[in-house]
Design a protein around this ligand. Structure first.
Ligand code: ADP
Ligand code: ASP
Ligand code: MG
Length: 422
């Protein structure tokens, strides 16, 4: 007997048929004698619709209240949790739904991107043992204890709910059921020749997720790493009756680096189109200028990512270029416009039609020249690189958005990640 968390994402619970399919997967594990807690997302498209309603209701943007926004968007998961519990009962499986405040899943007070602080797993474990009850938990939501308000964990947050529940109930495994059968060397929707990885190290998955691969929310990988949760990404589209409960199904295990026998130099390529570039032109080349630019942006909670400063040709002025999330682009320009006299720049240039392509692999720690190969391959395809950042196990390139697919596929082939054609 094992104790499992099974998480079903939006497409895996998109309608009543798919919910019934998810219920069959749950029943399969229950019949095999396992203790099961399920975590569900909202039905596909529902969260977007709820966000749209909030935006339509509020004309005065300055009155935005994240607590009420959370109250609306958390409802998607509540519907799915109830529907899955009903479906399981309909299949004679003992099941009960749980919302974030009922367990409770306690979080910080940062509405719309709250962090899980603690989950009480004792009641779930008692019910596993005493009445063989399956817990169906609404993902994405929690409770801020001091104010008693509901919170949400940020888009894609049900992954994090699942891993946190797995840590709280000391589950043997956290299965993430989604619309792909594992983590691939790149997004299979964009790179048809992407390969499924049997295993990927936590650190690499963390980079892949934070650099744009939305298959897992970043925070879920962090939690898995800290609490040593075995996360297994697999498909909900496999027919439940075809799965051997004692065999190893197709999927990807996120695990410690030591568990991976054959480490490649490059493991995966991620990309993100949610970037914007800002260039601050003709600022004085002297101490204090970077602080005058970046401190007000940090105060406005705007994350600055890639930063490039040109060497001044005249010893007096230079240009400073950096990226911010596309969603914060306008706000960043406003902040910089206010700081104009303190910074003393001539003008601001910006672009939103940019993309960040990142190459990730633990093997880069011990291999030199990996990035240089990319520069050459992209130059041969006339892809211009606007900015570069590197760290121990990854490098990122900022390019024109129009070249994203070409660049990702080029690098995927360059590093030998393409699957063999049949
Ligand atoms: P869910 O609704 O189940 O949470 P998501 O849409 O959040 O699913 O995540 C799954 C999607 O992530 C896939 O459909 C795929 O297009 C995308 N994706 C991006 N990068 C990768 C990758 N490297 N491996 C697998 N899927 C990826
Ligand atoms: N429903 C939420 C979203 O769409 C959370 C999730 O699916 O993980 O972002
Ligand atoms: Mg997701």
């Amino acid at each position: 007997m094992a104790r499992l968390v099974m998480k079903f994402g939006g497409t895996s619970v998109a309608d009543i048929d798919r919910i019934r399919n998810a219920a069959h997967h749950v029943k399969r594990e229950v019949d095999a004698g396992h203790e099961v807690a399920v975590v569900v997302s909202a039905m596909s498209g529902v969260t977007d619709q709820l966000v749209g309603w909030c935006n339509a209701a509020l004309k005065k943007r300055q009155l935005f209240d994240a607590r009420e926004y959370g109250a609306v968007i958390a409802t998607g998961e509540q519907v799915t949790a109830g529907l899955l519990a009903i479906t399981l009962q309909d299949m004679d499986v003992n099941a009960r739904s749980w919302f974030g405040w009922q367990l409770p899943i306690l979080t910080s007070n940062v509405h719309a991107s709250a962090r899980i602080l603690d989950i009480n797993g004792a009641e779930l474990i008692r019910r596993f043992t005493e009445c063989k009850e399956v817990a169906v938990i609404a993902g994405f939501q929690g409770l801020h204890h001091e104010t008693g308000r509901l919170t949400t964990l940020g888009r894609g947050g049900s992954d994090t709910s699942a891993v946190a529940v797995a840590a709280a109930i000391r589950a043997d495994r956290c299965d993430i059921y989604t619309d792909v059968d594992g983590v691939y060397t790149s997004d299979p929707r964009v790179v048809p020749r992407a390969r499924r990885l049997d295993k990927i190290a936590f650190e690499e998955m963390l980079e892949l997720a934070s650099l744009g691969a939305k298959v897992l929310q970043v925070r879920s990988v962090e939690l898995g790493m800290v609490h040593n949760v075995r996360i297994f990404v697999r498909s909900s589209f496999d027919r439940p009756e075809d799965i051997d409960p004692h065999g190893i199904p197709p999927g990807t295990l996120i695990c410690d680096e030591e568990e991976i026998m054959e480490q490649q130099v490059v493991t995966g390529i991620a990309f993100s189109r949610d970037e914007a570039q800002i260039s601050v032109r003709e600022v004085a080349d002297k101490p204090g200028v970077a602080a005058a630019i970046f401190v007000p942006l940090a105060d406005a909670n705007i994350n600055v990512d890639m930063i490039v400063q040109n060497v001044s040709s005249d010893g007096k002025t230079t240009d400073l270029t950096f990226t911010v999330p596309a969603a914060d682009y306008q706000r960043a320009l406003d902040v910089l416009a206010k700081a104009k006299s303190a910074v003393g720049y001539k003008r601001l240039d910006g672009a939103t039609d940019v993309a960040k392509v990142s190459v990730i692999g633990i093997g880069m720690r011990s291999h030199a020249g990996v990035a240089a190969e990319a520069f050459r391959a992209l130059a041969e395809r006339a892809v211009n690189i606007r900015a570069i950042t590197t760290s121990e196990i990854k490098f990122s390139l900022l390019i024109d958005a129009a070249f994203t697919e070409l660049a990702v596929r080029t690098l995927h082939s360059l590093y030998g990640l393409d699957h063999a054609t049949s």
